[in-house]
Design a protein around this ligand. Sequence first.
Ligand code: SAH
Length: 558
Amino acid sequence: MTRSDDESDSSSNPEIEGLVDLEEDRRWEDIEPDDELVCVTSLFDEARFPDVHSMLQYCKEKYEFDLVQIGKNFDLGYLEFVKLVNYIRNEVKKGNKIFSIPSKRVFEDDQYLLPILADDALLFSLDEVTSTPANPSQDIIDNETEGRGLLEDSTCERLTELHNELDRVKQQFGAYREAVDKTLECRWSNQDSGPGLSEGNAQQLETADRLVKDESHYFTSYSYNEIHETMLKDTVRTDAYRDFIYDNKNLFKGKIVLDVGCGTGILSMFCAKAGAARVIAVDNSDIIDKAREIVFDNGLGDIITCLRGKIEEVSLPVPRVDIIVSEWMGYCLLYEAMLDSVLWARDRYLKPEGLMVPSHITLFVAPFADPDYITDHVAFWRSVYGFKMDSMLAQIHDDVLIRDVKLEHIPGSAHSFFALDLYSITTDRLSFTAIPFTVELEESIDSLDGFVIWFDTFFLPSREAVQSLESDTRAQKWAKSGGIAFTTGPAGQPTHWRQGVLLIDHGKAGSQQLEKGQTIEGTIDYKKREENQRALDIKLDWKVKGCSYGGTQTWCMR
Ligand code: SAH
């Protein structure tokens, strides 16, 4: 579904926008159970059961096959469970016997997202199998049939829990539908192309394939503990979000918050603790399963709803939100291109007077001179045990290096070359060309070794507060005057973003002594890579004013 389709659908009935997608539901209504009696087919034979638990018990007793235990052993997420079920059904259909599942690998192929049985009630009930005690709804039915006219408090709570659970299942099922749709779409387009695939088509498919792989690699990278540990332990980052949220409880009290890319759910929990009425936490990585548990373990399950999926694809249980909170910043700010998703969410879900957290970012560039680094990591390759190894230098000058640069290696002023106002910036402006910069040398140097890039992040409590923020306001100055902001620059406390270092290739540009007071002028381009939109090319064109020394070079972050 394209964004404009999406918007035109929803604008026709804003009341129900986001709650149900009628068109989608019609397409699927033949396989949705609604209120009909569920009939679950055994995994291994034709036997049918009124509910999933009796079917699983039957498989355990008759075939000594414990699906729930296998799920636990492999720590399966929802979609993995779907694949496992379809894998088993497929093998059984082929006449193969299944006694055990040796490894997750056997059912990891996306082909197993496609249902083997039409109307497979087991797939709709998987959430019951994976996370709730046996037949919880029966408790309520029992209570009611015992003649209790009024629902007791505990029953009300259980009902709310079940409603939440239902929301979750709907979301998971939505993600499953989407995965099936995508798999089918991919198959059909492959089939349509057939053997006479034209070169252009083949290339398009290859590019699409690569993009899908890049995407899945991207989200997989966020499924591991390490990256979340690094982010959470970056106290400059995490404290800033916490301080802004806790210092502005009045802004959060009773509000609906959307956390785009919730990770472990830390920002959602800050918001819930600050009094938000509801927080919707979305993430497309497997980390969402952990977030759900974390939220539950901290007793915040009634406020925070965790949804798996891309923000652009999940349907939120509310039409609009009051606040969007997100930690989307990548190296050199725009690597990873996650801001695109946040802006998409802003345009789709944020109320007109809503709040963006954070709200403003400024990008900086400064000159770099570190003779020791050049000796140790560049000149080193020119003679290794007497051998020339210059070919080892290629990447050094092609890639943006991510390093903690000491302030003493910044020999001049920093220039704020790009300021983002999160309320008004648009995605097309995130690739830019020929943004001018000027920096002045504050000391004499033997050689200009490169440039350094970093960003400052500001959390403003209102749209109006921006008036007091100048385009070159520094985070540290802002924080000193009582605002919440942090810098990822060399003058601040180190963060996990460190700084982007663009080393000048002296082999091409040459090198020259420069004097204190000289200025370097130039332009900067940021461009997304065509084959991987999350990768970034940064190009600098620079010239020392008043002399002929200068150069043009492009560095990549892939
Ligand atoms: N908010 C967490 C995690 C930030 S890392 C924290 O502050 O610690 C960014 C997270 O956003 C990752 O977990 C990644 O999987 C998720 N993400 C990135 N793009 C997304 C998208 N389009 N939809 C959903 N999640 C996304």
